[in-house]
Write a protein that binds this ligand. Structure first.
Ligand code: ADP
Ligand code: MG
Length: 645
């Protein structure tokens, strides 16, 4: 719960503010102050205000799920209102239907029945969301939002056409919630529960995002390729996120049914689903508190417009929808990231995010505290120097008629640097994909530390000890360097979503952070650990990717053009780092254009041309090889030729 977009590092603006001695509040204090103020005022607020606030709470609960789904996970859902409907109808039905009463036997009519309704709503939503997610989340691009519209509509019509759910008239006579003998029959009483649930959800989701699993969720937006290479099961994470958002919506529906005391299909139609998405997006798609902001703004705006417009225009009609649409256009044009970041910026004058204490373990490598922490993480014993760690046998890849890789065989040993070079279009990247599990060979076999990897996904390669970087840097630019690097250690920790949400993962999290900082130090970026990755130079970002790969304790390191974009000194530092890693027993395969860099560093070089290996040997042997000279002198790649001279 941190109004500064839950960035762990102090922003430059606030540091400045601190230096200038302006009055400062921490986000936590401000949040608590707001909650206390709301709690104190609650008893005195007018009836109408209380009911509006309760509605805001209900919407915000749904929007929190949408912020996670859309803003953080990159999946758009227009159909969230349908899940609210599931939650509402489940409890309305179980509380009123004679059939349900029969099931419940002696419990029928008791104060426990609404809780059975909650359970039924959650279970039904869970099953439905999982099934829908399994089908729709495989789709990408605009197909996913279109599909959510389709099932949003279907569920709405289903609710309206089921006889036992009261058809279009719905279900009346839903009883109030009773907690500990205390009936929550009015919005003033139930509103307290609504806001308590909302705040609890915000807390839990904030915790979730600030964890190993949270980093994996954020990585979904960075593209499946990157996340999978870090060992994240992206399909599973997407479904879990989708189900989580649906469950939050169902809880909102449950509360809604017991507030309204009746349900009908209207509040769960597609329009409302779209409005809920607006709330999340307008508030600030990637920020949990943006959900509350968005829900507040849009609920208030709707109320106001419904009052003002008919008076202004002299006729009644749903004109607010038109104005609403136009306003939306304006906001999205002007504030692409929603309003929360702007608000946070304005507040940053007075609100100082608490800089996370840097664990002392990072101060000195090998400190006892660090050792204690690191035992939390899975450790891999590196294979002995000289062991074959990566082996490609006759690997071929055909794209239609084009043979991009033609029966390539090569090996990589622990404790050696092997460079793969070749003119543009020679098939290096294709081969890289074959040996990292991104793509399957058309024929041939890849073995990683003795295990056949045919048909396995790249996260299996990561689990087996393969770390990699990308030719085009794939970092989460807005997140700090240390968070990016910690993602690399994903598979070395265990704690799941529930543990994270309840903050039971702190010891493991501290270990992950300590490990990430250790790798960052080792790669010489210690000074930048807490800055957003995007603010580093391209060369430094490449090094961050190496640190991220190292955090996974790989035995094989694949580097795709690591020296590209590096300045001279940076290249030297990189050479030193790679030599050191080699000495520690890593097997390193480098695809590189910079000949000077490769010739001075590599133990062995394999040269590709037109998908075929034309030479392999020590740098000296390769440089003297007539076929290699011809390949380069043949003018296939002038840039390489120049580098070679
Ligand atoms: P390099 O990385 O050595 O420059 P690539 O592996 O990217 O070469 O490409 C090798 C050849 O395979 C090129 O001719 C390229 O056009 C072709 N190729 C690469 N990927 C695909 C693909 N997905 N579909 C079709 N052809 C491809
Ligand atoms: Mg390439």
């Amino acid at each position: 719960m941190n109004p500064s977009s839950s960035t762990s590092a102090a922003s430059p603006a606030s540091t400045r503010a601190a230096a200038q001695g302006r009055p400062l509040v921490t986000p936590r204090t401000l949040t608590l102050a707001c909650i206390v103020a709301l709690a104190l005022a609650w008893g005195w607020l007018p009836e109408f205000t209380v009911s509006v606030l309760s509605n805001i709470g209900l919407y915000a609960l749904v929007a929190v799920g949408l912020v996670l789904l859309t803003g953080v996970g990159g999946m758009t859902s227009f159909g969230q209102a349908a899940f609210v409907g599931m939650g509402a109808y489940a409890t309305a039905w179980i509380c009123t239907s004679p059939t349900a009463a029969g099931w419940l036997g002696g419990f029928a009519g008791s104060a426990l029945v609404p809780w059975a309704g909650l359970l039924l709503g959650l279970v039904a939503t869970f099953l439905l969301a999982w099934a829908l997610g399994a089908v729709t989340l495989k789709l990408s691009g605009h197909y996913l939002p279109l599909c959510t519209i389709a099932w949003g509509l279907s569920l709405y019509f289903l609710l309206g056409n089921m006889e036992f759910l009261g058809g279009q008239t719905g279900i009346t006579g839903v009883p109030p919630l009773v907690v500990a003998g205390f009936s929550l029959a009015t919005p003033r009483k139930l509103g307290v529960v609504i806001w308590a649930v909302l705040l609890l959800a915000l807390w839990a989701m904030h915790n979730l995002l600030d964890s190993r699993e949270g980093r994996a969720i954020r990585a979904l937006k960075g593209g499946r390729l990157m996340a999978e290479s870090m060992g994240v099961d992206t399909a599973r994470h997407r479904i879990k996120l989708f189900v989580l958002a649906a469950l939050l919506a169902a809880v909102s529906g449950w509360l809604y049914a017991h507030m309204q005391r009746f349900v009908n299909p209207t509040p769960f139609n597609l329009n409302i689903g779209i409005e809920m998405l607006f709330m999340a997006v307008v508030g600030g798609a990637g920020h949990l508190w943006g959900a509350v902001l968005g829900a507040t703004l849009i609920t208030l705006l709707k109320e106001k417009l419904q009052d003002v417009l008919p008076a202004l225009l002299g006729t009644s009609g749903n004109f607010e929808v038109v104005v609403f649409g136009l306003l939306m256009l304006f906001v999205l044009q002007r504030f692409a990231d929603g309003l929360w970041p702007t608000l946070a910026r304005l507040l940053s004058r007075w609100v100082r995010p608490v800089a996370k204490a840097v664990p002392e373990a990072t101060a000195a490598t090998g400190a006892p505290a660090q050792l204690a922490q690191l035992t939390q993480l899975a450790q891999r014993t590196l294979p002995a120097s000289g062991t074959l760690v990566l082996q490609a046998d006759d690997v071929s890849k055909r794209f239609g008629g084009l043979v991009a890789n033609n029966a390539i065989s090569m090996t990589l040993k622990a404790g050696e640097i092997h460079a793969l070079i070749g003119p543009n279009g020679a098939g290096k990247s294709t081969f890289f994909n074959m040996i990292s599990g991104v793509d399957d060979p058309s024929s041939g076999e890849v073995r990683l530390v003795g295990e056949t990897m045919s048909g396995k996904p790249s996260r299996a390669f990561a689990a087996r000890g393969l770390g990699r970087t990308f030719q085009h840097v794939r970092l989460l630019g807005q997140r700090s360097v240390v968070e990016n690097v910690a993602l690399g250690a994903h598979l070395r920790a265990r704690r799941g979503w529930l543990a994270a949400a309840l903050r039971l993962d702190r010891a493991e999290e501290a270990a992950l952070m300590a490990e990430a900082r250790r790798q960052i130090e080792r790669c010489g970026l210690g000074a930048h650990a807490d800055t957003p990755a995007a603010s580093l130079s391209l060369g430094q970002q490449r090094v961050v990717e190496i640190a991220r790969a190292l955090a996974g304790q790989p035995s094989v390191l694949l580097l795709d053009e690591p020296a590209a974009g590096l300045r001279h000194l940076e290249k030297r530092a990189l050479s030193v780092l790679l030599s050191q890693l080699r000495a520690e027993g890593l097997g390193i395969l480098v695809v590189e254009h910079d000949m000077e860099f490769v010739m001075n560093l590599a133990d062995r070089i394999t040269v590709l041309e037109f998908g075929t290996v034309i030479a392999t040997g020590t740098p000296a042997e390769v440089q003297a090889n007539p076929r290699v000279l011809e390949a380069y002198l043949g003018g296939a790649d002038d840039e390489l030729l120049e580098d070679a001279r």
